[in-house]
Design a protein around this ligand. Structure first.
Ligand SMILES: [Zn+2]
Length: 262
């Protein structure tokens, strides 16, 4: 816990909103991205989807070196019916991060987590993440997971859905705030699980899992989606439920222990 001090007052503008970057010294490896133009935005006036499928913004031959450009979002069937919304600067930012990740030899995925003041609806700060699987030899380092880890470590909380002022390592103007996540692509099952476990309040994604699965891109979660519906014996790997005498010890101890609920 970072000790609070009167200096916290320096972190807010006249309206009481935090607009400056925070980089706690003890979290030097965690980069808290900041761009004053993007912070303090009131998110309460978002528009509904106007029916426009965005074209790809890469245009030149050099942008696209191997396979034909992907021009439009693929939206098969009614999977996305009822959730279509207009993209905003944060969705674009997540996609920019994904493109930059490819330029840095990382995977083509990006994510942004916004911390929003509950009372005013204003954005306090944000964290970004890109896919670092191959760069860090971490198969779990998907963009969303990377961003969630950064946000949780920075804030010193494990619940990004309800951040109390008294519990947070970083200053906030109101008593409570929450986080939402933007992802460049529909999250995979692992990331969807991480987003739910982190209790993020809202999820926005740009490209679909079908966009990610096309020839030449080759990221498909289809097998995982199908496996969840199957008995273990029919899944894609050897799985055994093992009988051991102490399998319930931890739960019995947990029931009787003083614990941090989550
Ligand atoms: Zn993922």
């Amino acid at each position: 816990m970072i000790p609070r001090s009167d200096q916290d007052g320096d972190r807010f503008d006249r309206a009481g909103f935090e607009i400056r970057q925070f980089s706690p010294i003890e979290l030097a490896e965690v980069v808290i991205a900041t761009d004053p133009e993007l912070l303090g935005e009131d998110r309460s006036a978002r528009q509904d989807w106007d029916g426009f499928d965005p074209p790809c913004t890469l245009k030149t031959e050099s942008d696209i070196k191997v396979l034909p450009i992907q021009k439009r979002n693929l939206k098969p069937g009614s999977v996305y019916q009822g959730i279509e919304a207009a993209g905003d600067r944060w969705a674009r930012k997540a996609c920019d991060i994904a493109r930059e990740s490819v330029e840095q030899k990382g995977g083509p995925f990006g994510a942004v987590i916004l911390q929003v003041d509950d009372q005013s609806g204003r954005i306090l700060r944000y964290w970004t993440g890109c896919n670092e699987v191959t760069l860090s030899n971490d198969p779990t380092a998907h963009a969303e997971v990377v961003a969630i880890r950064k946000a949780c470590v920075s804030l010193g909380v494990f619940d990004l859905g309800a951040i109390r002022k008294a519990a947070s390592k970083l200053a906030q103007p109101g008593e409570t705030s929450h986080c939402v996540i933007y992802s460049s692509t529909e999250p995979c099952p692992m990331c969807y699980g991480a987003i739910r476990w982190a209790k993020l309040k809202e999820l926005f994604f740009a490209a679909t899992r079908f966009d990610a699965a096309v020839e030449g891109v080759g990221f498909s979660d289809q097998a995982l989606y199908e496996e969840f519906a199957k008995p273990y014996s029919e899944r894609g790997m050897k799985i055994r439920q093992c009988e051991v005498g102490n399998s319930l010890d931890a739960f019995n101890l947990w029931k009787r222990s003083e614990k941090i609920e989550y």
